[in-house]
Design a protein around this ligand. Structure first.
Ligand SMILES: *Cc1c(COP(=O)(O)O)cnc(C)c1O
Length: 378
C-alpha cells in the first residue's frame, strides 16, 4: 500500500479487522493482571498502553521500519536515545541541529561523559575527519534549520557503516511522507511529532523508529524506565492527524513554492533559502533522497531597519516559533531559536538580523501573499 493508504488504515493489524472509525482511547494507567505468575503485554501504562501502541505501529509502518516508539516530546525521544550509550562515547553532530538537541548534549549528557563534535555535514569529509576511536554514532538533521542545508543521508550511512557507527536522523522537517531515512540505510529516525505529524499546533509529542531488534529493546527499556512515554490522548490525536499528513504536506508545500516565487520577485527581499532552489548546493542530493523539500524556508530582507515593522505588520501569518501546523508561523532565528550562539558565529553562519524563517501553513495562498506584501511594504 502507498503512503496515504497506510496513514489511514495502518493501525489495523489485519486486512479484515474492523476498526471503529474514530478508534478508541484507552486511558487506563493500570490493567488487571489475568493470571498469577504470568506477565502480560499491558500491565502499567508507563511501560505500555494500547492506544500508544497503535500510534507506535503506525509510525513504524510510515517510516518503513520495524519498531516504533511514542514519546511525550521530541526532546523526550532524543534524550531517551542518548541514555542507551555509556560514559566516554563520542558522537558527530550536524552543526545546525535543533537547539534543544545541542542543549541536552552540552548541559545534560556532558555531565555523564558523552562527548560531541559539531561539523558542517553538508561536506561528508567533515564527518569523516571528526570520527575518533570512541565515536559511536552520527546524528544529522536534513534539511537543516534555519538555512535549509542538505546532508547526504546515503553518504552519511556509508561512512557510518565503514566505522561501525549508528546513523541517527532527525526527520521532523520532512516527515515520513517526504523522506524515509531508514530506507536509505539509517539506523534511527527521531521526530518531534509536535510538528507535521501532529499538524495543528496543539500537541507536544515525539517519536522514534528503528529496525534492529537489540537496539529496539534498549529504546523500549529507556522509554519505560525514564517515563518518557506518550499519553493515550496524544497518541489518539496523532493517529487522527496522520490520516491527513499527505494532503496537509502537499498543500503546504504548494503554498510554499508560490510564496517563495512572490518573495523572490519582491524588491525588499535579498535572498531565499529552500532545499530545491538552484542556489542551494544540496539541490541534487535533496531530489535524490526526498519526495519534496517541505514547507519551511527562510529569506533575507535587504533593510535591517524594516525587519521589526515586518513582524509587527503581519496579520494572517503568526509571529511564533515552531512549524508543521495549519497556521503559517514566522520567526526570527537570531533572537528566538539560535540564542545559544555568539553574534559573530551566528552571522558567520548566515543567521543574521535580517534572516526570517517561515513555516508555511494551509491558509489560502492569495491571502498569505497579500499579507507578506503589505508587511514588507509597510
Ligand atoms: C521541535 C523540534 C525538536 C524538539 O521537539 P519537541 O517536540 O519540541 O520536544 C527536535 N527537532 C526538530 C527538528 C524540531 O523542529
Amino acid at each position: 500500500m502507498r503512503f496515504e493508504t497506510v496513514a489511514i488504515h495502518g493501525i489495523r493489524t489485519t486486512e479484515k479487522e474492523i476498526k471503529e472509525w474514530g478508534s478508541c482511547i484507552n486511558m487506563a494507567s493500570t490493567f488487571q493482571l489475568k493470571e498469577f505468575g504470568v506477565t502480560q503485554e499491558f500491565e502499567y501504562s508507563r511501560i505500555s498502553n494500547p492506544t500508544c501502541k497503535e500510534f507506535e505501529t503506525l509510525i513504524a509502518k510510515l517510516e518503513r521500519g520495524k519498531h516504533g516508539f511514542g514519546f511525550s516530546s521530541g526532546m523526550a525521544a532524543s534524550t531517551s536515545l542518548f541514555t542507551i550509550f555509556e560514559a566516554g562515547d563520542h558522537f558527530v553532530f550536524g552543526l545546525d541541529i535543533y537547539g534543544g538537541t545541542f542543549r541536552i548534549m552540552k548541559d545534560i549528557f556532558a555531565k555523564f561523559g558523552l562527548e560531541a563534535t559539531y561539523v558542517d555535514t553538508t561536506d561528508l569529509d567533515n564527518i569523516r575527519k571528526a570520527i575518533r576511536p570512541n565515536t559511536k554514532g552520527i546524528f544529522i538533521e536534513t534539511p537543516s534549520n534555519p538555512l535549509l542545508d542538505v546532508t547526504d543521508i546515503r553518504g552519511t550511512v556509508a561512512i557510518a557503516k565503514e566505522h561501525g557507527l549508528l546513523t541517527m536522523v532527525d526527520n521532523t522537517f520532512l516527515s515520513p511522507y517526504l523522506q524515509r531515512p531508514l530506507e536509505l540505510g539509517a539506523d534511527v529516525v527521531v521526530h518531534s511529532a509536535t510538528k507535521y505529524l501532529g499538524g495543528h499546533n496543539d500537541i507536544i509529542a515525539g517519536a522514534m523508529v528503528v529496525n534492529d531488534d537489540t537496539l529496539a529493546e534498549k529504546i523500549r527499556f529507556a522509554q519505560g524506565a525514564i517515563g518518557a512515554m506518550l499519553s493515550p490522548f496524544d497518541s489518539w490525536l496523532l493517529i487522527r492527524s496522520i490520516k491527513t499528513l499527505k494532503v496537509r504536506m502537499d498543500y503546504a508545500q504548494a503554498n510554499t513554492l508560490r510564496l517563495i516565487d512572490f518573495l523572490q520577485g519582491h524588491p525588499a527581499v535579498e535572498k531565499v533559502y529552500y532545499p530545491t532552489l538552484p542556489t542551494n548546493k544540496g539541490k541534487a542530493i535533496q531530489e535524490s533522497q526526498a519526495l519534496g523539500a517541505g514547507a519551511v524556508f527562510s529569506f533575507v530582507m535587504k533593510d535591517e531597519k524594516k525587519v521589526k515593522t515586518f513582524f509587527e505588520a503581519l496579520r494572517v501569518a503568526l509571529f511564533a516559533v515552531s512549524l508543521g501546523g495549519v497556521e503559517t508561523l514566522v520567526t526570527h532565528p537570531s533572537t528566538y531559536t539560535h540564542t545559544e550562539f555568539p553574534e559573530e558565529e551566528k552571522v558567520a553562519r548566515g543567521v543574521t538580523q535580517t534572516l526570517i524563517r517561515v513555516a508555511v501553513g494551509l491558509e489560502n495562498i492569495e491571502d498569505l501573499i497579500a499579507d507578506f506584501r503589505q508587511a514588507l511594504e509597510r
